[in-house]
Design a protein around this ligand. Structure first.
Ligand SMILES: Cc1cc2nc3c(=O)[nH]c(=O)nc-3n(C[C@H](O)[C@H](O)[C@H](O)COP(=O)(O)O)c2cc1C
Length: 383
């Protein structure tokens, strides 16, 4: 999960150490970091880490050392936010095409990327991969889900290009595939590379399940772990599952996890080790899907904030279910930001060595992003 706690130089620091120390102590087999950015402007949030040069190596090394101390695998999630970069960071973000994201007026009209811009992004991914490996992290994840840049290239809604980077799914996936190939060259054959991919964008005209399966087939033998999620800022499927409340399939209701039905489809076309994240909460269900070989790894996010103290016992089978916190304001328009803001605030508290604050109200949290982005981005600008 994105940490939003870097210092003014966009480096990891003691807060990352506090947080990852606690996460490493849970007994999780693999921790995947939050978005670590390849570009200082196009970040998912103010407070993201940016890996611009080898000058950051000591800070990255210190972070990796704490996070891997219990022999935990810790993989760096590498990302570029594209059009989902907020106006606090830039009024004119880069994207595959000039298709603006309309959400609370927070995102500017993008400029379509030139060939030079695309090459700079590829170089940024390679640089970040190389430095993360040198720092002692044990693997990488390329973020190609949730509507960020690589996911924008995959979607026909946001990618209207007519050159070799747009059009057919083969062309739309070219940037992701090129980055994988180039990254592999610098990190070597034994270093794990994972890709986080949407099962679909859950939007009419966006990446479909069929296309996602085609991309997965193209990745066969090229990566070490596939993580499935879904949605974009326009449809937050990764938070709430893909379907509308009214027509949630009976099978999904019974099967708690959001993208689990897609696992069967992936297994039918691919041998890639498979991780799915979203909604897993009960010991029995997690073990069922593993035993039935529907998945190789179960992914979890929010319980590592609100149920952090219970994770060890959960993994030992002593706690059958991690209770979900329902973060709702009752006002539909602000519920997305209330939930995201709530978890973000509690995560930062953990990173600061504080305990969870049960008094944080969802309605206050809905303004947290605005407040945090404004404050952090101003601090970063003033250096
Ligand atoms: C505070 C917070 C930050 C997140 N940051 C990221 C991120 O940086 N990268 C990512 O791929 N997903 C991110 N997610 C999404 C989660 O990884 C996950 O897909 C989602 O929360 C569903 O899983 P869960 O039901 O176990 O929480 C974030 C979620 C939360 C709550």
């Amino acid at each position: 999960m994105t940490e939003r706690i870097s210092n003014k130089k966009l480096e990891p620091n003691e807060k990352h150490h506090q947080l990852y120390q606690k996460w490493a102590e849970t007994g999780a087999g693999l921790l995947i970091t939050g978005n670590v950015m390849v570009d200082p402007v196009h970040r998912e949030s103010a407070g993201n880490v940016y890996v611009g040069s080898e000058n950051i190596l000591p800070e990255m090394q210190a972070w990796a050392k704490v996070a891997t101390q219990h022999e935990t695998q810790v993989w760096v999630q590498i990302s570029h936010a594209g059009r989902q970069t907020s106006k606090f960071l830039t009024a004119r973000p880069l994207a595959p095409s000039e298709v603006q994201l309309h959400k609370m007026g927070l995102f500017g009209k993008p400029r379509a990327m030139s060939e030079e811009d695309i090459q700079a992004v590829i170089a940024g991914f390679i640089r970040t991969a190389k430095i993360s490996q040198a720092a002692g992290f044990t693997g990488l994840q390329l973020h190609s889900a949730h509507g960020y840049l690589l996911s924008q290239f995959l979607s026909p809604i946001t990618n209207r290009r007519t050159d070799k980077w747009g059009g057919t799914i083969e062309n739309r996936s070219r940037l992701l595939r090129t980055i994988i190939e180039e990254t592999r060259k610098v990190v070597g054959p034994a270093f794990p590379i994972s890709v986080k991919l949407n099962s679909s964008d859950f939007q009419r005209g966006g990446l479909t399940e069929e296309e996602s399966l085609q991309v997965i087939q193209m990745l066969e033998g090229k990566i070490d772990l596939l993580e499935i999620s879904g949605g974009t800022y326009e449809k937050l499927a990764f938070f709430e599952g893909g379907e509308n409340e009214a027509d949630v399939k009976e099978s999904t209701k019974q099967r708690e996890a959001y993208f689990i039905d897609f696992a069967t489809k992936v297994r039918a076309v691919s041998k890639l080790p498979l991780l799915i994240t979203g909604g897993f909460r009960s010991f029995e269900f997690c073990n069922q899907v593993l035993e039935k070989n529907e998945l190789d790894l179960v992914g979890m996010a929010r319980p590592f904030i609100t149920n952090l103290k219970e994770i060890r016992d959960f993994l030992d089978g002593k706690i059958p279910k991690l209770k979900d916190l329902v973060v709702k304001t009752g006002i539909k328009m602000v519920d997305d930001s209330a939930e995201g803001g709530y978890y973000a605030r509690q995560l930062i508290r953990i990173a600061e060595g504080k305990v969870l604050d049960p008094k944080i109200r969802p309605i206050q949290s809905s303004f947290f992003f605005l407040y945090h982005e404004l404050k952090k981005s101003l601090q970063e600008r003033m250096g």
